[in-house]
Design a protein around this ligand. Structure first.
Ligand SMILES: Nc1ncnc2c1ncn2[C@@H]1O[C@H](COP(=O)(O)OP(=O)(O)O)[C@@H](O)[C@H]1O
Ligand SMILES: O=C(CO)[C@@H](O)[C@H](O)COP(=O)(O)O
Length: 499
């Protein structure tokens, strides 16, 4: 049995994966607070992630009702890009700035303008990936500029999943797929970019973690962490990875031609490629490394279930009532259109964007239409990614959906009707946690059998819930094409206001 852990933006999910029966034997969840302000701040305390991981692990083990000694390994998936800073005594210096923190947008733009002007190549050419404000580099620039005292104290610098691995093992290491979302990692050569780091600060006070490949272990579970988690010390902790990379493993998206869409706090859409695509003409693609030695071109939106949940809670509706609202309303939400940019936009990259509702009349204003409008808005936004990936000659016929929002059948049907693709739910909604468990299995096997194959582990794991398949309905698809084009026209009309 293996433990898969996913540290998401709203909470940490843990599952006990029974590799023989290929099923989840137990699951646990613990949420945490997101500290925000009106200037784009989005922060969390890394100590809250540790508490949540311990709490959710204990729940999962209790539900599985197994002896902890049956757990052979752990794999950790984590929200990408967050910046965790440790001082010389390995104490956390300040709360982690998260992927969704848009505060450093201007600083990042200024850094690119001033440090990468000709004859220098642009930043994206140097590291092979465009850098939006979500990336760690932006958070580092912010701490350096606004909190110089804290900056001087930094000795170690980590991403969320690396910090959890550091807690579990005591080892300061980083794995390439998550590192590819920092903005100071060369995604072609899979190494830290000294060139970029030197332009941030040639005299930086911290060292970078040792890079490992995804198949390599991060380390062994140390006794103190084992006691807290209720596990045996010494079991293997796999390399882990960014949540999208681990979800790729959890949905079997490890060979070309497959497409996964995550409806979590963020919306993401990604596919595996054997060669890195040239995204110079497609700046909205984040050309990440994958956790199986290839690449994972991905598009991401800033607003997904944060927006649907904000509207749902404002209207005082339960998840069941949200579902009823989707079936009671029609495509186009009676004429109401929602640009859902509560937290700025990442697709297109406009951190200063704000949300809006248009087309409201005395006849169409009701809760069902408002809920449908926000679901359509976030779906139109993310489905744009399919067009963008297609411009790189990537083609798909079906889509696997994951994340909290994928539990909604009405929402899955809207995605199918907008995209024109068959939509199926992942066997385990939290595919990041499943990916962590499958990676731990792979890593554990690698220690005993040479050449253990991740593909075999994934294909044996029945990664989809066949009963959940929804097909696009032709009449709705043509109606949604019109609505989709109108939505993106509306975004284009607003663009100059947010640039
Ligand atoms: N049936 C559902 N319909 C719509 N939204 C849902 C449903 N179930 C869960 N969610 C939403 O999913 C979100 C959590 O998704 P999750 O993928 O766990 O997020 P994260 O990984 O970012 O923490 C919550 O906002 C929750 O309200
Ligand atoms: O920034 C990205 C991807 O580049 C986000 O996908 C984060 O990785 C957060 O994930 P969720 O908490 O929404 O799952």
């Amino acid at each position: 049995m293996y433990l898969g852990i996913d540290c998401g933006t709203q909470g940490t999910k843990v599952l006990v994966w029974d590799a023989e029966r290929r099923s989840v034997a137990g699951a646990g969840y613990a949420g945490y607070h997101l500290y925000s302000d009106e200037h784009g701040k989005k922060e969390q305390h890394p100590a809250d992630w540790i508490d949540a991981m311990i709490n959710a692990t204990r729940q999962a083990l209790a539900q599985a009702a197994i002896s902890p000694s049956l757990i052979r390994g752990i794999g950790v998936s984590g929200q990408q890009h967050g910046l965790v800073l440790l001082d010389e005594c390995d104490r956390v210096i300040r709360p982690a700035k998260l992927w969704c923190d848009t505060g450093p947008a201007e600083l990042l733009a200024e850094f690119e303008r001033s440090r990468f002007t000709a004859p220098s190549a642009p930043l994206s050419d140097i590291i092979g990936i465009h850098v939006p404000v979500a990336f760690t580099l932006a958070k580092l620039l912010w701490v350096k500029a606004l909190e110089p005292e804290n900056y001087r104290k930094i000795r170690k610098i980590m991403l969320p999943h690396e910090y959890l691995n550091f807690y579990l093992t005591g080892e300061y290491r980083a794995e390439c797929s998550d590192a590819s979302g920092t903005g100071y990692f060369d995604t072609r050569r899979r190494c830290w970019s000294e060139e970029v780091l030197d332009r941030v600060d040639p005299l930086r006070p911290f060292s970078l973690p040792k890079l490992i490949r995804s198949a390599e272990p991060h380390g062994e579970l140390r006794p103190a962490a084992a006691a807290e988690m209720g596990l045996d010390a010494g079991i293997v902790v796999a390399s882990g990875g960014g949540d999208n990379m681990m979800s790729a493993i959890g949905t079997g998206n490890i060979s070309e031609g497959q497409l996964t869409m995550s409806l979590g706090t963020s919306g993401t859409l990604f596919t595996f490629t054997e060669r890195q695509i040239d995204s110079r003409l497609q700046p909205d693609i984040n050309a990440f490394c994958s956790a199986n030695d290839g690449w994972l071109p991905l598009v991401s939106t800033m607003n997904m279930t944060n927006a649907t949940t904000a509207f749902r809670q404002l209207l005082n509706k339960s998840l069941a009532e949200f579902e009823t609202a989707l079936s009671a309303s029609s495509p186009g939400a009676g004429g109401i259109s929602c640009l859902p940019y509560l937290n700025g936009a990442r697709l297109p990259n406009l951190p200063a964007a704000s949300a809006s509702l248009t087309g409201i009349t005395g006849h169409n204003l009701n809760a069902d239409n408002l809920l449908r409008a926000v679901v359509e808005g976030v779906s139109f936004n993310l489905c744009r990614g399919i067009d963008i990936l297609s411009r790189c000659d990537l083609r798909f016929t079906r889509l696997v959906v994951i994340g909290g929002g994928s539990n909604s059948e009405g929402w899955r049907q809207i995605i199918a009707n907008v995209s024109g693709l068959s939509v199926v739910k992942s066997l385990v909604t939290d595919a990041g946690a499943l990916g962590g468990a499958l990676q731990a299995h792979w890593c554990h096997l690698n220690q005993t059998v040479s050449g253990a194959c991740l593909g075999d582990i994934c294909s044996l794991s029945m990664l989809e819930d066949d009963s959940s398949i929804v097909e696009p309905r032709p009449e709705r698809y043509s109606r949604y094409r019109e609505l989709y084009l109108a939505y993106h026209q509306q975004v284009d009309n607003y663009k100059s206001q947010w640039s």
